[in-house]
Design a protein. Structure first.
Length: 200
């Protein structure tokens, strides 16, 4: 068994009710495949073999067990809680009685290992399209009156443009907005980003 001292410490420091649950899950994972290696990631024990396989975690009143590629595992025995993340796929485990039968869990762990062995990747997360930045009319008018500022602004990155728009839009009064607008045009014409003061 490739055990880790860090995982030992994690289990020992867990709440008394959690220790037997975590130990039991840990043993099952190693039973599933002797090549499993333990590590700590994001503050919790992970079990790796050609990539992450599964993980355990202890909370104040429950434990969690999850598969890294849980969304790809065939849940033939309906042991997964519906609408849970890969983090706690078996729901809130408060005692050993909440766990599925050992042989079922071992079969699932082996299925997760097989996904790694076969090089199956998790589906890519859908890319979030950045929202179109809406530049207020008054800002466009002011920029157009200063050709240098307009040119610089057009070459700014989306985030630099957004910084200026947000700063103007967050002004509480018209007077503040006007002052910020004048400052913005001045800074932009000098090639300065909104956060230029804070950049080393």
């Amino acid at each position: 068994m490739h055990t880790s001292v860090q995982v030992d410490q994690y289990i020992i420091k867990s709440a008394p009710f959690a220790i037997p649950i975590l130990e039991h899950l840990r043993i099952l994972v190693h039973h599933a495949d002797a090549r499993i290696v333990e590590t700590i990631k994001w503050g919790m024990p992970f079990f790796d073999l050609k990539g992450s396989v599964c993980h355990i975690a202890a909370f104040k009143h429950h434990c969690a067990f999850g598969f890294w590629k849980g969304s790809l595992i065939e849940d033939d025995f309906n042991i997964f809680e519906k609408n849970t993340s890969n983090m706690g796929m078996l729901g809130k485990i408060k005692s050993l009685a909440d766990l599925p039968a050992d042989d079922i869990l071992i079969a699932y762990i082996q299925q997760a290992i097989q996904l790694n062995e076969d090089g199956v990747k998790l589906p890519a997360k859908p890319k979030v399209t950045p929202q179109e930045l809406i530049i207020p009319e008054y800002f466009i008018d002011a920029l157009q009156e200063n050709s240098l500022a307009l040119q610089v602004f057009q070459n700014f990155s989306a985030s630099n443009k957004k910084d200026y728009v947000l700063w103007l839009e967050e002004a509480k009064t018209d007077a503040t907005k006007q002052k910020r607008l004048e400052t913005s045009i001045e800074w932009i014409s000098e090639g300065k980003t909104r956060m230029w003061k804070y950049k080393k």
